[in-house]
Design a protein around this ligand. Structure first.
Ligand code: NAP
Ligand code: HSE
Length: 417
């Protein structure tokens, strides 16, 4: 079978772009060559001959000899313009920009269908770990029950360094930036936005629901304090930033991103440093576990390389599960057992939000409650300024299951008859 030769217009030559250049130079069998590189800053010194670079993206988009655009900028707005224009011009596109994809997901899927051009983005989720194509192709049926994982390398690196090596938060973040793991705006990592963007992408390929990022509750690691870290240590657990999506008994999809206490018997416990880990649960295979580097120049480039290879045989995402019309679960119907800390000696009105309270503790500076709360109440509480932080223990059983309510109504009807 003859394979398509790829003539690439590369947009962005930072951490990932340079990794891709190096990876391509070592994989000649791919028959993919970089024709032009577009960057932003005219004053930066580049490690390659000046003639290869342009500062005008039109020189790539207008060039009919370029059949693939690889978009590796750190600017989601520019990326959106570049990717949509390239698709409209019939070019195949590879992107690693999860923010841009999660924000414009519906439109990008529609544009691929309308133009027949394909957009691949394996590097956008968990960098080196092949997760999107697995969810799309291998789990190509309705058997997937849950996807849970550490989707952000920088925050996992920061949590690992602060927990095991006693490094300060600031120092660990600076290291993550120096290593090329963090986003240009690192609050995207630390506040959980990046993990949420990745979860949006995974949910579409796993369950067929294209959610808007804002629909999914998110909390990052920036509010985690000494108290939660000591609590974790005392109980032999670690805190990880975990994104999860699972199918509820009524078929709807529950999803959120929260710091979580992870026990040694949990597969994610040993996923440290810049590694990402994803656990899938299916009806027949039970659990499966993927692990791999979740950020960094060459690991991320490896996923871009794999997309380029897939383009050679015209691979495209078919978004097979979109027709299933999955819906997100209401946050009122998701119940979580959490630890909630507030910077106040008295938890006051906060206790009213809890359905069950298991522990309550106050010292001179703060108080915490552990217990069961609905995701909607948790989200509301987190948005109120006084609340310091929250760490998830586990998903709790629905205290008001609908089947019970239905049964109750049925039995009432029987009595009435
Ligand atoms: P980076 O090191 O900051 O590099 C960004 C590059 O984009 C730079 O070369 C910059 O040009 C260029 N650029 C920015 N705006 C541009 C514009 N309007 N037109 C042309 N070029 C523009 O970023 P990165 O870490 O390589 O990340 C690139 C993308 O991959 C991001 O979307 C990121 O979220 C994603 N990603 C990164 C990783 C990772 O581990 N780093 C992993 C997975 C996904 P100058 O050189 O002129 O500044
Ligand atoms: N900033 C991201 C992370 C890059 O740390 O996971 C990989 O997507």
């Amino acid at each position: 079978m003859s394979r398509k030769k790829l003539r690439i217009g590369l947009i962005g030559f930072g951490c990932v772009g340079q990794g891709l250049y190096e990876a391509l130079s070592k994989t000649p069998a791919l028959e993919a060559s970089i024709a032009r590189i577009c960057v932003r800053d005219r004053n930066k010194v580049r490690p390659l001959e000046a003639g290869l670079f342009t500062f005008d993206r039109a020189e790539i988009l207008d060039d009919p000899s370029i059949n693939v655009v690889v978009e590796l900028t750190d600017d989601a707005d520019a990326a959106y313009e570049i990717v949509t224009e390239a698709l409209r011009r019939g070019k195949s596109v590879v992107s690693a920009n999860k923010k841009m994809i999660a924000t414009h997901f519906e439109e990008l899927i529609a544009l691929q269908r309308e133009t027949g051009s394909q957009l691949l983005y394996e590097a956008a989720c968990c960098a080196s770990m092949p997760i999107i194509r697995n969810l799309e192709e291998y789990y190509d049926n309705d058997l997937l029950e849950c996807v849970e994982g550490i989707l952000n390398g920088s925050t996992n690196y920061i949590l690992s360094k602060t927990y095991t090596e006693g490094m300060s938060y600031r120092e660990a973040l600076a290291q993550a930036q120096k290593n090329g793991y963090a986003e240009s705006d690192p609050s995207l990592d630390t506040e959980g936005f990046d993990a949420r963007n990745k979860l949006v992408i995974l949910i579409a390929h796993a369950f067929g629901k294209v959610a808007a990022p804002e629909e999914i509750c998110r909390l990052g690691i920036d509010r985690i304090g000494r108290l939660e870290l000591d609590y974790a240590k005392e109980k032999g657990k670690k805190i990880k930033l975990v994104a999860q999506a699972y199918r509820c008994p009524d078929g709807k999809i529950a999803a959120f991103v929260l710091p979580k206490f992870v026990s040694p018997n949990d597969k994610l416990f040993l996923v440290d440093d810049v590694y990402n880990g994803v656990v899938t649960c299916t009806r027949f295979a039970d659990t499966q576990f993927f692990v791999g580097k979740g950020a960094g120049s060459l690991p991320t480039a490896s996923a871009v390389l794999s997309d380029l290879s897939a383009l050679r045989y015209d691979y495209r995402y078919e978004y097979k599960k979109l027709g299933e019309n999955a819906a997100l679960q209401s946050k009122d119907d998701i119940f979580l057992r959490v630890l909630l800390r507030i910077p106040d000696r008295s938890p006051g009105g906060l206790t009213a939000s809890f359905i069950e309270i298991h522990e309550r503790y106050s010292n001179r500076d703060c108080s915490f409650i552990t217990g069961v709360i609905s995701l909607s109440d948790l989200e509301w509480t987190l948005s109120s300024e006084q609340v310091c932080s929250c760490v998830l223990f586990e998903v709790a059983e629905d205290p008001f299951p609908k089947w019970k309510a239905a049964e109750h109504v049925e039995s009432q009807n029987e009595i009435a008859v």
